[in-house]
Design a protein around this ligand. Structure first.
Ligand SMILES: *[C@@H]1O[C@H](CO)[C@@H](O)[C@H](O)[C@H]1NC(C)=O
Ligand SMILES: *[C@@H]1O[C@H](CO)[C@@H](O)[C@H](O)[C@H]1NC(C)=O
Ligand SMILES: *[C@@H]1O[C@H](CO)[C@@H](O)[C@H](O)[C@H]1NC(C)=O
Length: 293
């Protein structure tokens, strides 16, 4: 009986819904949609503590929010992908604004300086690798609104090899790189390259810890006292031969690896979980770290 009633109830709702849509004029439909997205925008503002300087700015941000949310809704509705999109803290930013403030990898092409490749003869590669499960990856850090992905990428790879060589997982300092590393292309929040960061770290004879030189997410002056403590060091680095997934697999089977990706797309802005299989360009603009396959 209960289930029959429920079924009946569902039919009533469905009927009502169709009826409501049926009588709704085009103009008032848009108004209804606006009202509902407006409510979501308001809740979202509370959730992420967002405040706008005036109503004009709020109107502008609402329009962007609406476009993004409707697109995420429709992605979810036809969800046949192994990854999800969600309304995150970037929902009132256009894709251009989002990539401009965060994707600070300045390479735009893979470097081709490879002369040797440490893992070229690696064989019997495991079918899956997850360095997080082996305790070689620190918890996810947030670069905030500073385009120093290059520093996070380099530090995560270095945290990984430090764990593999010393047995200790130590969270290392991105801010030290932001403030102190002016090698090559490295310009703090304005972008940089992982290779330049590794060169800096090598020459600097190490890097200090996150707790001694904590992340601030803005450019600062190099604190030479804090920097003087070297918690971990590297003796060198190599590039994985470009355009070879086999080579990358060999490297990742042996350690976490800094890589650059094209993270400019809408799906990247709102990625919320799962295995990303969306379209991905070749305009490398973001430094990240591969921690498994
Ligand atoms: C889309 O799916 C995700 C994951 O299930 C969920 O968190 C989100 O609320 C859904 N809708 C929107 C608009 O984000
Ligand atoms: C990489 O290759 C290009 C094209 O062959 C060449 O012009 C460039 O000098 C090379 N860069 C380095 C760092 O070797
Ligand atoms: C890989 O094997 C070849 C052939 O034995 C050898 O010449 C080369 O040095 C090896 N490479 C590395 C990085 O050990």
């Amino acid at each position: 009986m209960a289930s029959k009633n429920q079924l009946h109830h569902h039919f009533t709702c469905l009927a009502l819904l169709i009826f409501t849509l049926g009588v709704c004029e085009v103009a008032s439909c848009a108004a209804l949609e606006d009202a509902s997205v407006n409510e979501r925008h308001q809740q979202w503002m509370v959730q992420f503590g967002r405040v706008y300087k005036d109503t004009k700015e709020r109107q502008k941000r609402f329009q962007i929010f609406k476009q993004n949310v409707l697109r995420i809704d429709s992605f979810n509705a036809t969800n046949n992908k192994p990854y999800k999109l969600g309304v995150n803290q970037f929902a009132d930013l256009t894709n251009q604004e989002f990539t401009a403030s965060r994707n600070g990898f300045k390479g735009h092409m893979c470097s081709n300086t490879t002369t040797t490749f440490k893992y070229e003869n690696a064989t019997a590669l495991p079918s899956t690798v997850d360095w997080r499960k082996k305790g070689a990856v620190t918890p996810i850090k947030d670069q905030g609104q500073c385009g120093c992905c290059w520093a996070f990428s380099a530090v995560a790879a270095m945290e990984g090899v430090t764990k593999l060589t010393t047995g200790k997982l130590i969270s290392l300092s991105e801010q030290e790189l932001v403030d102190c590393d002016t090698k090559g292309e490295d310009q703090g929040c304005e972008g940089g390259l992982m290779d330049d960061a590794f060169q800096f770290i090598e020459k600097n004879k190490g890097l200090t810890t996150e707790s001694i030189y904590p992340y601030k997410g803005v450019d600062g002056t190099c604190n030479t006292n804090e920097e003087a403590n070297h918690a971990a060091k590297i003796n060198g680095f190599e590039d994985v031969p470009a355009n070879s997934e086999d080579a990358l697999q060999k490297a990742v089977a042996n350690q976490p690896v800094s890589i650059a990706i094209d993270a400019g797309g809408f799906d990247f802005q709102f990625y919320s979980g799962g295995v990303f299989t969306g379209s991905c360009g070749t305009d490398l603009d973001h430094g990240v770290t591969t921690v498994g396959y």
